[in-house]
Design a protein around this ligand. Structure first.
Ligand code: HAM
Length: 431
């Protein structure tokens, strides 16, 4: 076979200028979540297919239409994870969740896989940053998670975020809501597609996930989740609404948000960003108090969210990569090469946050300065966020006298000094 290979449909490569942004977002997540006591969990990229059928739910679009499922060589059915909550709960139950002191605070980042129609912000392989808090049943748990999420978004410069929240009835109240929904929709069932008719009978809540305009029209006048809450659920919801402004979360309420996953009970929420186009949620989450029990663990309340990291990076306008100084170390000829390596290593030792690049072309100082000069003019050509470019010029004079010449390409100033003075001369140029 000849011809050029392409990345599979719906996947995208991250080159350094992108991956550095992802890394900076993940570093911010680690800092903000870590400061609240959340530790990172890493679970496998594939799991037994049954895990997702039992948690996300058989009648959801994700399980029904979007999973990458394959038999392994021994015929076990495996699935590339479409989301990470199920894997986290599986891992905790397997480890013995009853032995772990509550609440359990976890975060994660990693690739997820869904066979969806690719479009702007929608991929078949995408990355999520998520948080799960287990063993905190009260609205204070929801408020902690949402407050921390908004702190994270603000740290990334997204201070205009607004959450849309809803509360989904559970237990008997959920069954009553499902019946009322069926009664409302059944008279119009003839106008619905086969998938929605199946949802109507098997799992009416999933009708809210339908993209069919006819289904959306029928649902416009449907009963509202909030009218079916029992007293305890209503109190939970009211308490959360009281707490959210106190933890820095702006929100509005919408009865139409049920989220496309079966495990949610009570609180559900989404954040959309105007920068992403209307139908694309930046993140989604909610409470899933029954899932640990359903996957074989002791009853344990839980709440969490997952952010679409690709969408997040696309929505950000601020550059969160840490600003850096670039030192371009340029030997004048082959005789200076080893001297230049030594100086470059010394600068890295003195300024661990700086970027120190050696010119490998052997074309001399004048030509070597060309690339450094281009970067000084247009730092966006570099993978890192370069704020300042310093050319370190090393000719025979420097080598023989054990000196260093540094030209600041941003200001044009140049100075030569003994190499042993590097530490004091570089002081204050950290980054
Ligand atoms: P989800 O709403 O299915 O929830 O996904 C969360 C976020 O992942 C979405 O809001 C979106 O930003 C991003 N996302 C989903 N599909 C794609 C795609 N095809 N391309 C790009 N981004 C996408 C969950 O996954 C739950 N596990 C969240 C959760 C955690 N609930 C409780 N804990």
């Amino acid at each position: 076979m000849t011809g050029r290979l392409k990345a599979p449909k719906g996947t995208h490569d991250l080159f350094p200028s992108d991956s550095e942004k992802f890394a900076a977002v993940e570093a911010t997540a680690r800092r903000v979540f870590g400061a609240h006591g959340y530790g990172e969990i890493r679970t496998p990229t594939f799991e037994a297919t049954e895990l997702f059928a039992r948690s996300v739910g058989e009648t959801t679009d994700i399980v029904h239409k979007e999973m990458y499922t394959f038999p392994d060589r021994k015929g076990r059915s495996l699935t590339l994870r479409p989301e990470n909550t199920a894997g986290v709960v599986r891992a905790l139950v397997e480890k013995g969740i009853q032995e772990i002191p509550k609440p359990i605070r976890l975060w994660y980042t990693g690739p997820q896989f869904r066979y969806e129609q690719p479009q702007a912000g929608r991929y078949r392989e995408f990355r999520q940053i998520g948080v799960e808090l287990l063993g905190a049943p009260s609205a204070a748990g929801d408020a902690e998670v949402l407050g921390m999420l908004f702190e994270f978004l603000r740290a990334l410069g997204l201070s205009d975020a607004v959450a849309t929240i809803n509360c989904i009835p559970k237990g008997d109240a959920r069954a009553a809501f499902s019946r009322a929904l069926q009664e409302h929709v059944r008279p119009h069932a003839g106008a619905l597609g086969a998938d929605d008719r199946k949802r109507l009978e098997e799992n009416p809540l999933r009708l809210f996930d339908s993209k069919d305009p006819e289904a959306r029209r029928v649902l416009a006048g449907a009963p509202a989740t909030l009218d079916f809450l029992d007293a305890a659920s209503r109190a939970h919801h009211e308490e959360l609404k009281r707490l959210l402004p106190l933890v820095g979360v702006r929100f509005s309420e919408s009865a139409g948000i049920v989220r496309g996953i079966d495990y949610y009970t009570l609180t559900v929420f989404e954040v959309t960003s105007e920068r992403l186009g209307a139908q694309n949620a930046l993140l989604g989450g909610g409470r899933y108090d029954d899932l640990v029990g359903e996957l074989g663990g002791p009853p344990t309340s839980a709440v969490g969210f997952a952010i679409g990291e690709d969408r997040l990076v696309e929505a950000m306008t601020a550059d969160v990569r840490p600003p850096k100084t670039l030192f371009a170390v340029i030997p004048d000829g082959p005789d200076e090469f080893v001297y230049a390596l030594g100086v470059a290593g010394q600068i890295r030792g003195l300024l661990p946050e700086a970027v120190v690049e050696s010119d490998l072309s052997g074309r001399g100082i004048v030509k070597g300065l060309g690339r450094a000069g281009q970067l000084a003019k247009d730092p966006s050509k570099h993978a890192f966020r370069i704020e300042r470019v310093q050319a370190v010029l090393l000719g025979s004079q420097e080598r023989e006298g054990d000196t260093v010449t540094i030209k600041d390409l941003t200001t044009g100033t140049q100075q030569s000094f003994p190499r042993r003075q590097l530490a004091e001369r570089l002081a204050g140029r950290e980054r």
